[in-house]
Design a protein around this ligand. Structure first.
Ligand code: 7PJ
Length: 282
C-alpha cells in the first residue's frame, strides 16, 4: 500500500511516519499449516499466495518455516531451511517486494540474509546461540518479539508483575544487548507478542495499553491476526476471525503500531486506507 513496496530494501526510516503503516502478510510453510502436505503443492500454494498478497497491496511478506503455535514441537535446521530458502529465492527472483523471515535459528538467518531477506522476524528476540553475531554481520532489520516461556509450555499460567512494564524491561535489555553487538537500534522493530505466554486478560491489557510500548521510540509491530485471543472471546473458529483481526489491527494502529502482521491482506489494506484518510485530517 505504501511507496515502500516498490523499493527492494525495506525502508525502516519510513516507519517513523504513522500515516504509513505497513501491512505484513503471513506465509506459513509449515506442514501443520497445510492440509494437503505435499512439498510441491505447498511451494506452489505459497508462491500463489505471495502473488495475491502483492496484488492486494502488501508491504512485507513474512515467511515462517517453524510453527510457534502453543504446543508446537521443534523443527530441525535442515527442515526449516528446506521450507524457507527455496521460497525466498523464488520470491526474490520474481517480485520486487520486501521479505521477512520468521526464524529463531542463526543458520536459517544467515542463509536467508545471503539470499536477500530484508528482515528477520525472531519470536525469541535473538536469544538463541549465534543469532546476535549473524545479525551484527548484516544490515537487515530485525523484529524482536517478546515471548514468556517456550511454545510447548508458554500458555500454562503465564505470570507477570506488570505485563506492560515487564515487556518494556525485556525490550530495554534486548536493545542494549543488540547495541553491544554493534546492532544499531535503528534496525530494530519491537513486538510485545500477542498470544506468546499471555492469558486472554494479558492480551487485551496489552492492546488497551499498546501506546505505552511507543515510549522506547522504535517501530512497533502488532500480530493479532486470527489468534486465539479472538477465538476465545468471540467463540469463533480460525476461519471466522476476520472481523476480530481487523478490529484489533485498527486499535493497535490507532495507538501507534507501525506494522500489522496479518493473514487477510486485502481486507487489512482497506482498513488501513480508511485510517490513513482519517489521519490526514488530524
Ligand atoms: C507472531 C510472529 C507475532 C511476530 C507468529 C501466529 C503465530 N511474529 N509469529 N509477531 N506470531 N513478530 O501467527 O498465530 O505475533 S506465529
Amino acid at each position: 500500500m505504501s511507496e515502500n513496496s516498490k523499493n527492494k530494501q525495506f525502508n525502516q526510516a519510513a516507519l517513523a511516519d504513522l500515516t504509513n503503516v505497513q501491512v505484513m502478510g503471513i506465509v506459513n510453510v509449515t506442514p501443520d499449516s497445510f492440509s494437503d502436505g505435499g512439498k510441491f503443492a505447498q511451494f506452489d500454494h505459497a508462491l500463489k499466495q505471495v502473488e495475491l498478497m502483492i496484488e492486494n497491496g502488501v508491504d512485507i511478506i513474512d515467511i515462517g518455516g517453524e510453527s510457534t503455535r502453543p504446543g508446537a514441537v521443534d523443527v530441525s535446521e535442515a527442515d526449516e531451511l528446506a521450507r524457507v530458502i527455496p521460497l525466498l529465492k523464488a520470491i526474490k527472483s520474481r517480485f520486487n517486494i520486501c521479505v521477512s523471515i520468521d526464524t529463531s535459528k542463526a543458520v536459517v538467518m544467515n542463509e536467508a540474509i545471503t539470499y536477500g531477506a530484508d528482515m528477520i522476524n525472531d519470536v525469541r528476540a535473538l536469544q538463541n546461540e549465534g543469532c546476535l553475531d549473524v545479525i551484527a554481520q548484516s544490515d537487515v532489520s530485525v523484529c524482536l518479539m517478546h515471548m514468556k516461556g517456550l511454545p510447548r509450555t508458554m500458555q500454562t499460567s503465564p505470570q507477570y508483575t506488570n505485563i506492560i512494564s515487564d515487556i518494556v524491561s525485556f525490550f530495554k535489555e534486548r536493545i542494549t544487548t543488540c547495541e553491544q553487538y554493534g546492532i544499531k537500534s535503528e534496525r530494530l522493530i519491537l513486538d510485545p507478542g500477542f498470544g506468546f505466554g499471555k492469558t486472554l486478560g494479558h492480551n487485551y491489557q496489552m492492546l488497551a495499553q499498546f501506546a505505552l510500548f511507543k515510549k522506547l521510540n522504535l517501530p512497533i509491530l502488532a500480530g493479532t491476526s486470527r489468534k486465539s485471543m479472538l477465538g476465545n472471546l468471540l467463540n469463533r473458529d480460525v476461519e471466522q476471525r476476520l472481523a476480530g483481526s481487523l478490529a484489533t489491527a485498527i486499535l493497535a494502529v490507532q495507538q501507534g503500531a507501525n506494522i500489522v502482521r496479518v493473514h487477510d491482506v486485502a481486507e487489512t489494506v482497506d482498513a488501513m486506507k480508511i485510517l490513513n484518510a482519517v489521519a490526514k485530517h488530524n
